[in-house]
Design a protein around this ligand. Structure first.
Ligand SMILES: [Zn+2]
Length: 259
C-alpha cells in the first residue's frame, strides 16, 4: 500500500508540491512509514495525519535529504505520532541513523545516492520494484545537482546504480509517479551524458578554452543573465571529465582535451 499526500507548496522547483508518501507493510499491523513529510506547514501536517488515521499508524518517518521542502515537518510528525525519524547520519535531527543497504521499514532498504545533496538517500523495495527517489529524480523535468566538487560524478554514479536495480516504479519527491522507471533513468543519464559530450565537442573544435568561453560556445541560446548558472554547470562537467581522465586544466584557467 502506497498513498501520496501532496504538500501545498507548488512552484518552479517543487512542481505540484512535495510528495509525501505513506507506505504500509502489508502484514495487517497497520504500521506505516511516512517518506518526506515535507515543509513546515500545519495544513500539510494535518493532511498527512488525516490520511494516516484512515490507513493505520505512522511508526517510522523516513527523509531522503535535508532540503526545506522535505525535512521540516518530520520532527513535528514524530511528536504527533510517536514515530522515529530515520535517515542518513548527516540529516539534521535524525533519531535512528541508517547506512547503505540497511532495511529501514518492511521491505524498504536505504541506498546512499549522493549527487542532489551529499546525504541523499533513496528507499528501495525489491519485492515490487518501487523506488522512492527524493530529489534524485523528479516526475517531470530535470533536477539540480549539488554545487560541490565531485557532485556531478556522484550524481551520475547514483543514477547508474539505480538503473542497475531495474526498478519498476519511481515515486519522486516532486511531480507525477513514474510508471516506466527504467525509461526515466535512461532519459536522465542521456541528458547528463549529452551535456558532457557538448563540453568535449567544444574543446575538440576550439580548445583549449576557459569556462566563460565554453559557456559562450555551448549556451548560444541562453540569455547572458543565466551565464553564471551555465558556468556552474560547465565547471561541474569539467570536473567530472577530469576525474574520468578526459580533460586537463592548463595554466591561465584554460581546459583542454587529453589525447
Ligand atoms: Zn532537494
Amino acid at each position: 500500500m502506497i498513498e501520496r499526500v501532496v504538500a501545498p507548496n507548488p512552484g518552479p522547483m517543487t512542481l505540484g508540491g512535495t510528495n509525501t508518501y505513506l507506505v504500509g507493510v502489508g502484514d495487517g499491523s497497520g504500521e506505516l512509514a511516512a517518506i518526506d513529510p515535507g515543509p513546515d506547514d500545519p495544513r500539510h501536517l494535518s493532511a498527512i495525519l488525516e490520511t494516516s488515521r484512515r490507513l493505520g499508524r505512522i511508526s517510522t518517518v523516513l527523509v531522503t535529504h535535508r532540503h526545506l521542502d522535505h525535512l521540516p515537518a518530520a520532527l513535528p510528525l514524530c511528536r504527533e505520532t510517536g514515530a522515529t525519524l530515520v535517515g542518513h547520519a548527516d540529516l539534521p535531527g535524525v533519531q535512528r541513523v541508517i547506512r547503505d543497504g540497511e532495511t529501514v521499514f518492511g521491505a524498504l532498504v536505504a541506498l546512499e545516492t549522493p549527487g542532489h545533496t551529499r546525504e541523499s538517500l533513496c528507499f528501495w523495495d525489491a519485492s515490487d520494484g518501487s523506488l522512492f527517489t527524493g530529489d534524485l529524480v523528479a516526475g517531470s523535468g530535470t533536477v539540480v545537482v549539488d554545487d560541490q566538487p565531485g557532485a556531478l560524478a556522484d550524481y551520475v554514479g547514483s543514477l547508474e546504480r539505480l538503473m542497475g536495480l531495474g526498478p519498476r516504479t519511481i515515486y519522486p519527491g516532486h511531480g507525477p509517479i513514474v510508471h516506466d522507471a527504467v525509461s526515466k533513468l535512461t532519459e536522465y543519464l542521456q541528458h547528463r551524458r549529452a551535456r558532457l559530450q557538448q563540453v568535449v565537442d567544444a574543446l575538440a573544435l576550439r580548445g583549449p578554452l576557459t569556462i566563460e568561453e565554453l559557456v559562450e560556445a555551448i549556451y548560444t541560446d541562453v540569455p547572458v543573465s543565466l551565464h553564471p548558472m551555465a558556468a556552474r554547470n560547465v565547471r561541474a562537467n569539467l570536473e567530472k571529465l577530469a576525474s574520468d581522465g578526459q580533460v586537463a586544466a592548463l595554466s591561465g584557467q584554460r581546459w583542454r582535451l587529453k589525447a
